[in-house]
Design a protein around this ligand. Structure first.
Ligand code: AMP
Ligand code: MG
Length: 312
């Protein structure tokens, strides 16, 4: 659907899949608790997993936070927004509890996609939008991915082409004095640390309440995924072409697909979810996957691969 149809649908409480630079989102009017409740039921997403608000501007972000953006957040916003970076801030009363799983904080970002920015500018409310896939499955990076799984259950899809980044946003919490990284994602940690001239604390444990929804098991293509260290010896990996799959980082004679041609981490991020989906192909053996180098976007790519490998 086009932007005008999407606005009309969202204004009347509908659900629209929207393109962003990270992954496709399943969007509803964030101030309409009934519409947001439908997001959870369509995705089969547990209510304890809060949603990210998408706004067109820092001004609107300030409106939905209790006391605006702290100076360090402002510094990051100037450099990285719009872009794959999300802030967690104390929430304004106008944000419904269903969006934040009842917490007093809210996650917000400005997505960097021209169609979705146009849409957001035409609305007088923010959009709540998790990834447009059934809960626990691989995130969608094209309109076709969304159509295949949720097409019949939602009110429309804006086709904005393949996602330019292909990984969800990096999440930074500003609830305490020191910023805390809750999730690795499309803005590399090193770039954030460079911008702030400081090292950031990272929350890694999935059991801690500050990063609800960061479950160890996620992004599952419905097969057993076996991660191998970056630079592993592919000739030594014994896999069966008829039952298994094998995805290397760089092209290898003993792997069926590779995340990159050149080793570039941005290329790896763009192909990650597409390749993880491609192995949901009816075979029943394991999927051998080589991890990325542990730097830049590779850190977030490895986080996603490890979670796709985690058995619930
Ligand atoms: P996504 O999976 O991209 O929809 O992002 C949603 C994730 O953002 C959730 O799973 C949480 O990990 C995180 N999140 C959203 N709201 C909050 C919040 N208020 N506090 C901490 N983390 C949050
Ligand atoms: Mg998701």
């Amino acid at each position: 659907m086009d932007i005008e149809q999407a606005k009309h649908t969202l204004d009347s409480g509908g659900l629209v899949a929207i393109p962003t630079e990270t992954v496709y989102g399943l969007a509803a009017n964030a101030t309409d608790a009934d519409a947001v409740t439908r997001i959870f039921s369509v995705k089969n997403r547990p209510f304890f997993d809060p949603l990210i608000l998408h706004t067109p501007s820092l001004d609107m972000m300030e409106t939905y936070s209790q006391s605006g953006l702290p100076p360090l957040a402002m510094q990051l916003a100037e450099r990285f927004m719009p872009g794959p970076l999300t802030f967690v801030l104390p929430k304004a009363d106008s944000v419904p509890d269903i969006v934040t799983s009842g917490m007093e904080s809210v996650a917000m970002r400005i997505p960097n996609h021209p169609m979705t920015l146009d849409l957001l500018r035409s609305l007088d409310y923010p959009l709540a939008a998790p990834s447009a896939n059934p809960f626990g499955y691989v995130s969608p990076t094209s309109a076709a991915h969304v159509r295949q799984q949720l097409g019949g259950a939602i009110d429309g899809i804006i086709d904005g082409g393949p996602c330019a980044v292909g990984l969800e946003s990096t999440i930074v919490s500003f609830l305490e004095m020191q910023p805390l990284v809750l999730r690795l994602g499309g803005t590399p940690l090193e770039a954030i640390e460079d911008c702030l001239h400081m090292k950031l604390k990272r929350q890694t444990s999935s059991s801690q309440p500050k990063a609800p929804g960061q479950l160890s098991s996620h992004y599952s293509p419905g097969r057993v995924v076996i991660p191998h260290p970056h630079g592993c010896d592919w000739q030594a990996i014994d896999w069966n072409l008829t039952t298994d799959d094998a995805i290397s980082w760089l092209p290898q004679s003993n792997a069926s697909q590779s995340f990159t041609q050149s080793g570039d981490d941005r290329e790896g991020a763009q192909s990650l979810f597409h390749l993880l989906r491609s192995v949901d192909n009816g075979k029943t053996g394991p999927v051998h996957v080589e991890l990325a180098p542990d730097k830049g976007l590779g850190k977030a790519i490895n986080d996603r691969i490890k979670r796709s490998a985690h058995q619930a």
